[in-house]
Ligand binder design. Structure first.
Ligand code: GDP
Ligand code: CA
Length: 304
């Protein structure tokens, strides 16, 4: 069984690991968001791909929820002391990856190829693909102005309400090599419990990816990132309230119109109605077993 997951960073990575535990080795392809990518201290950083890579390689910090376990911060402290930027937290171990990737990108290697090399190096049994090798970049439009995603998320602590998400350069972006074939050949398509607007939206904004999903042969199932109408963390609930008009399952499905055949929701959100069938289960991924059980429910829903 071949499964493709579209995913953001932390929430998506937890679910991706659950899927890996539920599937045969090699069955899973994860297409990761690159709308959050940025340059810090001259280095290219791909936060969502890295969350996926670290989680699938078992290198992630479970407690902090992002970055690597056993991390230290001396390089960033030194950079700050020299007057360098330190608003975006990059640990010493994490920086090693950004150095290697930035060098490869500067030498002309596409992001998808660097990502494949890093994944191989980490011993991943899952294929990890960026949605695009092109520089699609998420911006948010707020009452205080339009901001690059990370400036709003990190510096402004995502406090401004969001009126619209604008994924710069998405209209002309092509899917990274392997993405369309993976979608076409999949027996099941899954949308992670990621932020619909800023994690999955930028993937779905790549026209060929959206068209492939809209014309899918396999079933596509999304997992809601909300539990009891609230995001487990982050701004997904506030964004849904403002841009979709609420935080019920039907507001989540509005983000995926024409693209999904079912939505997995939490028991705390049932009963509810939506324009696609709802599958009710416990969706809180408190540990690896819980993530695997959620993955199994989503896979079953995708099997029809
Ligand atoms: P980011 O790119 O690091 O922000 O990560 P994602 O967009 O992939 O994940 C953030 C979303 O994951 C948030 O909207 C959370 O509500 C959701 N999330 C995190 N943990 C869980 C969980 O255990 N269950 C569910 N259903 N959603 C979760
Ligand atoms: Ca992200």
């Amino acid at each position: 069984m071949r499964v493709v997951l579209l995913s953001g960073g932390v929430g998506g990575a937890r679910f991706a690991r659950g899927l890996e535990d539920a599937l045969e080795p090699g069955a899973l392809t994860v297409v990761g968001n690159v709308g959050d990518d940025l340059e810090v201290l001259g280095l290219h950083v791909s936060p969502d791909l890295d969350s996926l890579l670290y989680a699938l390689a078992g290198l992630n910090d479970e407690e902090r929820g992002w970055g690597r376990a056993g991390e230290s911060w001396r390089t960033l402290e030194s950079a700050a002391a020299w007057g360098g930027e330190s608003w975006f937290r990059l640990g010493d171990l994490d920086l090693g990856l950004h150095l290697v990737r930035t060098q490869a990108l500067r030498a002309g290697e596409p992001l998808s190829r660097v990502t494949a090399r890093l994944a191989e190096r980490a011993g991943l049994r899952t294929r990890l693909l960026p949605a695009s090798d092109d520089p699609v970049r998420t911006h948010v439009v707020t009452p205080a102005g339009r901001f690059p995603f990370q400036e709003w998320f990190v510096t402004r602590r995502h406090e401004d309400e969001v009126d619209a998400v604008d994924v710069e350069a998405a209209a002309a972006a092509r899917p990274a090599p392997g993405v369309l074939d993976a979608l076409r050949d999949a027996d099941a398509l899954l949308l992670a419990p990621s932020n619909p607007y800023v994690s999955l939206g930028p993937i779905l904004a790549v026209p060929a990816i959206r068209a492939e999903l809209a014309g899918r042969r396999a079933r596509c199932v999304a997992v809601s990132p909300l539990v009891g109408g609230r995001a487990v963390r982050g701004p997904a609930d506030r964004m849904l309230s403002r841009m979709a008009g609420g935080t019920e399952p039907r507001h989540v499905t509005l983000c995926y119109e024409g693209l999904i055949d079912a939505l997995v929701i939490d028991e705390a959100d049932a009963p509810a109605r939506a324009d696609v069938p709802l599958v009710v289960t416990s969706t809180l991924m408190t540990d690896r077993d819980a993530a695997r059980r959620l993955a199994e429910v989503a896979l079953e829903a995708a099997a029809g």
